[in-house]
Design a binder for this molecule. Structure first.
Ligand code: FAD
Length: 232
């Protein structure tokens, strides 16, 4: 795998502090939904690992989605415009769907949704026989990344159930209030014991959710797959 040039197509605002960057690699390589890349930008050659947030079924560009943290990398990314050059290395990672369709559940918070968006979009577009539940936790309704996308996928895919969990009450959306704990998992996913769980987010969140699954809900270790966004 060698770094290669890519040309920026657009920067899309997803939430106040979240941006998607779309670019066209010189050489488009096959990737699996859920994989990530290394992006190098700016004169200072700043590098970060970022999950690919589009699905392999959405062809003609690659997309990553970054939380703007005020870091030099975040500022450089937010300042990119159409026609700019970036460098990427891809694809990497094994946080991917199983080959054989099965019942799965995704647990995620905030920006940890990026590879999950790719996987659910892929399963929906390909009409794969995966039965999918997503518990997605955010502070407020405005923090939900890809909200419309997930609503569209739920409308298109009868096998996909979306449950938004917000820590602050919101009038305009059907959601649960609180945080992801064993009670919300049992209530939202009554058949949780039959599923494979995929967790993605900052390491602290991943570790807390894994702990709930293994130690409170007594799931076997092999039923839990994780991706840690090191750096948060
Ligand atoms: C596999 C993977 C996928 C990721 N996908 C996404 C994504 O889709 N969207 C997203 O917003 N973020 C993602 N991240 C996190 C991202 O790579 C950055 O770490 C994060 O965005 C913080 O960088 P920053 O520039 O905003 O903040 P900074 O304040 O500059 O970074 C925080 C600190 O973390 C350090 N750091 C950065 N990357 C790493 C690393 N890999 N390991 C250890 N320390 C590190 C920096 O040097 C700095 O000290 C992913 C990380 C990994 C490993």
């Amino acid at each position: 795998m060698k770094p290669q040039k890519a040309i920026v197509v657009s920067v899309i605002k997803r939430a106040e502090y979240v941006r998607s960057l779309r670019f066209l690699p010189e050489q488009q390589l096959p990737f699996k939904a859920g994989q990530f890349l290394r992006l190098e930008i700016g004169e200072n050659k700043l590098k970060r690992y970022l999950s690919i947030s589009n699905s392999p079924t959405e062809t003609g560009y690659l997309e990553v989605t970054k939380k703007l943290t005020g870091s030099d990398f975040s500022k450089a990314l937010d300042g990119l415009k159409s026609g700019d050059t970036v460098f990427i290395e891809y694809p990497m990672g094994s946080f991917i769907l199983d080959e054989k369709p099965l019942k799965i559940a995704f647990l995620s918070g905030g920006i940890g949704i990026t590879p999950i968006r790719s996987m659910i979009k892929y399963a929906t577009d390909k009409k794969l026989d995966f039965n999918i539940a997503l518990l997605y936790v955010n502070k407020t309704v405005d923090d939900i990344v890809f909200r419309q996308d997930f609503e569209d996928m739920q409308a298109a895919n009868p096998q996909f159930k979306l449950v938004n969990v917000l820590s602050e009450p919101a009038g305009s959306i059907d959601c649960k209030i609180g945080r992801i704990d064993s009670h919300i998992i049992e209530e939202a996913i009554p058949d949780f014991a039959e599923r494979r769980f995929y967790i993605c987010g900052p390491p602290e969140m991943v570790s807390a959710m894994k702990n709930i699954l293994l130690n409170e809900l007594h799931m076997p270790t092999e039923a839990v797959v994780t991706e840690n966004f090191q750096g948060y």
